[in-house]
Design a protein around this ligand. Sequence first.
Ligand code: ADE
Ligand code: ZN
Length: 342
Amino acid sequence: MTPEQFVAGLPKAELHMHIEGSIEPALFLRLARRNGVALRWQTEDELRDAYRFTDLQDFLNLYYDGCRVLVAPQDFHDVTRDYLRRAHADRVLHAEMFLGVQGHTSRGVPLAAVMEGVFGAMDAAEAEDGMSSGLIVVVQRHRSEDEALALLEELRPWYGRLLGFGLGGAELGNPPSKFAGFFRCCRERGFKVVAHAGEEGPAAYVREAVELLQVQRVDHGNACLDDPALVAQLVRLRIPLTVCPLSNLKLQLVPSMAAHPLRRLMDAGLCVTVNSDDPSYFGGYVNDNYLACQQALGLGRDDLTSLARNSFEAAFITPEQRSAAFRAVDAWVAHSIQQAAA
Ligand code: ADE
Ligand code: ZN
């Protein structure tokens, strides 16, 4: 069995992807036509050509602009359903998706249109593919904490369906501490909490996310390696990192995949997971990320299996779902060993 075949059949969870970052060029153009949205690009190739970024802010400018093609509930449904289909094809058994609601409501899209579309697609994936998923609302860190708190209130009708809250967007200059009150409110309401930290920002932001926001996972977290005491704390508390290797490469946070810190994070004893972040912009879905690391960092089957097991350990799922997922991973590994012996 080739590494490609092993990764393709390896059961996994995806815990860090932005729904808005999964609009494939073809759907992007179709949605723009459907909604009469004028674009700078006319073809899929022109769009793909535009996906070159110098840093996170450069990417976010294009990403927020791209959100304009999402208007009606059906648009949110289509993009979410497409992602979940692709994830299912990558043998993702469970996906936890980020949604940057403020990027839509600030353009006048009703909150209900966004939520209806996304939840409808999640229900369809469960019914048609038996795939489970959860939704995490990510607040934009360049906006104020008051705006985040107002959104938390507006989301009340959907509390029963929401998994939790996260923090995303322009990291530098917008430390986690800016949202300490918001995260406390989220925790008090029983939500899971996660935050992007240490992607472009320093280790101190990862520490703030853990100590002030009390996050259950850190999104990215790469910069923690600059602070050995923080690494020890993350290991002791077993706080997972949702690492996004191709994203880091495309945003020029690492010069090459060979220089990516994934292996060092794993060797430090951290609970590391591999994810796609914004797959249509960064050139790959979750399996592409596993394979890029496998090839550049020489990961073996045991490493790939650990990453998959970590993804289920870190997922916000029930103990029954977790046990079933671990059994599925074990069964796939046993199958691959049998194949090799045959
Ligand atoms: N929103 C979408 N992708 C993001 C990323 N890589 N970092 C921060 N916020 C994001
Ligand atoms: Zn992200």
